[in-house]
Design a protein around this ligand. Structure first.
Ligand SMILES: [Zn+2]
Length: 433
């Protein structure tokens, strides 16, 4: 092993994006071995290979005790999917977490006992911190509430979800329950949003929106006067059309971007490919270039553009080169296309100052999967930087320094992690005291 490979192996990696369930949910309703290996995301490739969605869903249904039946209906399709990057990650998870060298019915059944041990309290944190060797994880739990997580207050950090606002579909009833602000007009909606940030901004590590699943990433500036009639319709319970929803969404998105800057929180945005099969009917709306208007309008907000905007990776490199307020996050990227991700690191190094790139996020629900995704990312990062050393771009010592930045230092700075952890601990002791 080279010094570079060794360094990448032992350096604690920052994980900027997961959807991990809570400790209690993991222990109570966590995955069996099949679910742990095949969800997420290899089931999507199984569907692409022509397995039906019902079959792909059955494989990851832990409530079905017929492991043999579940495995048998995908074992032929798995053969075709082993070498996709989702397949590669699933194989790494099987090997590192369950000691499975080849995924077969026997090896899956043998690993069931091991999985039971891994579903004990504390094992989720141990897998992530010790086996995956992560510094901390940033979790998008699809909610506004960000509070100290008792299962690891400095380790499990949370994003404030802004997706419903950006999509123009805020839940005003729940907003009232959270803030005690009754929304009557744009002015009070502003107040309610500010109250959410007052309440949760201290513990939150970032704001996150994956509204690219619902609407275009292209943003247009909207005045209060444009939005007021749309909001009044929503308050009366009237239907609003797509254009009105976009108007309300743009306005709410901008308020979130302003509040993020006020509270020193980066704003994370899903860019590029959609996870679910047969959904990319309008792929151009997913491109990072659509974000130019909002990036230019809010130079003081740190925007984190996620997933390498795959497959529009070159465009993202260009946007990151052009906008000082853009950070690029490779979360999910290694698993989408390992080869493209290796190349992406190299493209970024040649085009953009290397303090702007974050190497890893697994984007999954289960800690065992994170182990596989993290090992896959380390392998890819080693290959990318070794190739640059080979070509003489920099020496190995410099590659080691760059690796440290991409794996942790860049994220620690952008998300202000030390201060964040101190805030969380002080909120926790205030609560207990
Ligand atoms: Zn995600």
């Amino acid at each position: 092993m080279t010094d570079l490979a060794h360094h990448i192996k032992i350096t604690p990696l920052v994980d900027t994006h997961e959807h991990l369930l809570s400790e209690a949910e993991y222990v109570k309703d966590g995955p069996d071995v099949l679910q742990s290996i095949f969800h997420t995301y290899i089931g999507l490739d199984l569907i692409t290979s022509r397995v039906s969605k019902d079959v792909a869903d059955r494989v990851i249904d832990s409530s079905d005790p017929d492991v043999e039946g579940r495995w048998n209906c995908i074992k032929d399709a798995w053969e075709y999917c082993r070498f996709t990057s989702y397949g590669q990650a699933a194989r790494i998870t099987a090997r590192l977490v369950y000691g499975i060298e080849e995924i077969t019915l026997d090896s899956i059944l043998t690993a069931a006992e091991r999985n039971k041990q891994l579903r004990q309290p504390g094992e989720r944190l141990r897998l992530l911190r010790e086996v995956a060797n992560l510094d901390h994880v940033q979790i998008n739990h699809h909610a506004w509430a960000c509070e100290p997580d008792l299962s690891g207050p400095e380790f499990f950090l949370y994003d404030i979800s802004w997706v419903e606002f950006c999509s123009g579909q805020p839940d005003l009833k729940q907003l009232y329950e959270e803030t005690q602000v009754e929304v009557r007009d744009t002015a009070s909606l502003r107040q309610a949003m500010a109250a959410l940030f007052e309440k949760y901004g201290g513990c939150a590590v970032a704001v996150k929106a994956q509204h690219a699943y619902d609407r275009t990433l292209a943003w247009v500036e909207r005045d209060d006067a444009d939005v007021e009639p749309v909001l009044q319709k929503v308050l009366r319970g009237d239907e609003i059309d797509a254009a009105e929803r976009l108007c309300l969404g743009d306005w709410c998105w901008a308020r979130g971007v302003e509040l993020a800057a006020e509270h020193n929180l980066p704003f994370k945005i899903h860019t590029g490919i959609m996870a679910f099969n047969s959904t990319m009917t309008d792929p151009f709306r997913l491109q990072s270039g659509n974000l130019g208007t909002i990036l230019a309008r809010y130079p003081d907000t740190r925007f984190v553009l996620m997933h390498m905007a795959y497959p529009y990776t070159d465009e993202l490199v260009g946007m990151a080169k052009n906008f000082p307020n853009v950070y690029v996050d490779m979360c999910w990227g290694w698993a989408l296309n390992f080869r493209a991700a290796v190349d992406f690191v190299r493209q970024m190094i040649h085009a953009v100052p290397y303090n702007k790139l974050f190497a890893f996020g697994g984007d999954t629900f289960w800690p065992a999967q994170v182990v596989g995704y993290a090992a896959q990312a380390r392998d890819g990062l080693t290959r990318a930087l070794s190739a640059e050393v080979e070509e003489g771009t920099f020496c190995e010592a410099e590659a080691i320094q760059i690796a440290t930045c991409l794996m942790r230092e860049n994220q620690m700075a952008c998300f202000d992690i030390e201060n964040k952890q101190a805030t969380i601990l002080s909120q926790l002791s205030a609560k207990n005291g």
